[in-house]
Design a protein. Structure first.
Length: 144
């Protein structure tokens, strides 16, 4: 459990615990880190966790080295992001990602080589993945 000690467990705001002591709702600045890993930067917003303290929904303004990313995420019971709506001020990425694991649909805009599309060219459009492999793409940015 030593790895868990480095996580941010505090918040300035409201923290509602279950009768078993698990965080259920956190509304704060910053939000505590989820129990599965550290956030990539401090995040102001709200998190709703399941009965065992695993994050299932969150809305936040994430500060990454002074640049903001706004996200709304709904997580599956397999601790993966099922639906994410996001906007990144630094990179200009904006979109929605829906799926489970390697099966994912992305609708939005991503820069060349960004993990959202993993394509060598800028992307703006619709992308389908099956088992992590691209099975369909309509990239209007490439056609410009």
């Amino acid at each position: 459990m030593d790895w868990y000690q480095d996580y941010n467990h505090s918040t300035n705001g409201i923290l509602i615990l279950s009768e078993d002591g698990f965080d259920r709702i956190a509304l704060g600045d910053p939000k505590p880190d989820p129990n599965i890993g550290k956030r990539i930067g401090p995040s102001t917003g709200m998190v709703i966790n399941d009965a065992e303290g695993f994050e299932r929904m969150g809305y936040g303004l994430l500060d990454i080295d002074g640049t903001y990313r706004v996200t709304l995420g709904l997580d599956s019971d397999r601790i993966t992001e099922g639906l994410v709506l996001f906007l990144d001020d630094l990179t200009g990425e904006v979109g929605i990602s829906v799926g489970d694991g390697g099966d994912r649909i992305f609708l939005g805009k991503a820069s060349a080589g960004h993990g959202l599309s993993s394509l060598p060219d800028p992307f703006q459009g619709l992308l389908f993945r099956r088992d992590g492999e691209i099975v369909y793409q309509n990239n209007v940015a490439k056609d410009e």
